[in-house]
Design a protein around this ligand. Structure first.
Ligand SMILES: [Fe+2]
Ligand SMILES: [Fe+2]
Length: 267
């Protein structure tokens, strides 16, 4: 089966462990043979996309409870929320690899690599959550990441602009703040969580870089100005406001230009 159709099959799986296994096997078996660049999408393919378990119950971002990391329950809820982001991130990477016909081969390979890394992140966090006596699904989760995928499903430029280089990039800003709190908690489980977040932060710089690279490639192909077109997309799809403090170092590593970093601090 074409790797992009395997990505669709993995995207439809509802069981997290099965999705992780299928995603990891897909990337491991990708090999060096050229991928056929024939279109793979047909209408009606969106049935069952994305596959996700019945739990966590999905709620709006406003209804997700407060998570003080200073209690064991609060820390479990915090880890669960990041685990939920990683589960969604597997789906969004598989979706990028499957949905958009007509891109160069590297585009598909890079998104399948991202999916593999998201599957690793989910696995690390889920194991940690289980050590804390909980499982994925024990708390609620919100749907911000996938709903942006939905809104941008017909526009690959908007998808690259708003999912990896907006929503995933917010993770670059948020992770050091979460780590600082966990360090203050100063328990073995909090330190273990910090170490997992180090791995995630390192990999996420790469994911945002992939978003930046393809966003620029698409802007060039379509004759769009990356900065002014970003503003158009940001408003059109009501992307969440970007909030300081920004992790400027990680963002620069992920390929944001000086001009983009300056625009960020001007709001
Ligand atoms: Fe991740
Ligand atoms: Fe990511």
């Amino acid at each position: 089966m074409h790797p992009r159709l395997r990505a669709l099959a993995a995207l439809r799986l509802t069981d997290p462990e099965q999705k992780v296994a299928a995603t990891r096997a897909l990337f491991a078996q990708l090999g060096d043979e050229p991928l056929s660049l024939q279109p793979v999408r047909t209408s009606g393919d969106d049935t069952g996309v994305p596959g996700r378990p019945e739990r966590p119950l999905r709620v709006s971002a406003m209804d997700v409870g407060k998570r003080s990391p200073f209690t064991p329950e609060g820390r479990a809820a915090l880890i669960h929320s990041i685990c939920h982001i990683e589960f969604n991130a597997i789906n969004l990477a598989l979706d990028a690899a499957w949905r958009f016909d007509g891109m160069p081969e590297d585009f598909y390979r890079e998104w399948l690599c991202v999916a593999d890394e998201e599957a690793q992140h989910f696995t690390l966090l889920h194991a940690h959550l289980q050590e804390m006596g909980h499982r994925y699904g024990d708390f609620t989760g919100h749907d911000g990441l996938w709903s942006m995928c939905e809104k941008t499903k017909d526009d690959i430029v908007a998808r690259m602009a708003l999912v990896p280089r907006t929503l995933e990039a917010r993770g670059l800003d948020a992770t050091p703040l979460i780590q600082a709190k966990l360090r203050r908690v100063n328990t073995p489980d909090a330190h273990a969580a910090c170490a997992i977040l180090d791995i995630i932060l390192r990999d996420e710089v790469g994911h945002v870089a992939i978003g930046n690279r393809w966003y620029r490639w698409l802007c060039e192909r379509d004759g769009l100005d990356p900065i002014s077109h970003y503003r158009v997309l940001y408003r059109r799809h009501e992307a969440p406001r970007l909030k300081a403090p920004f992790n400027l170092e990680a963002r620069a590593q992920a390929g944001f230009t000086d001009e983009e970093l300056q625009a960020l601090s001007q709001g």
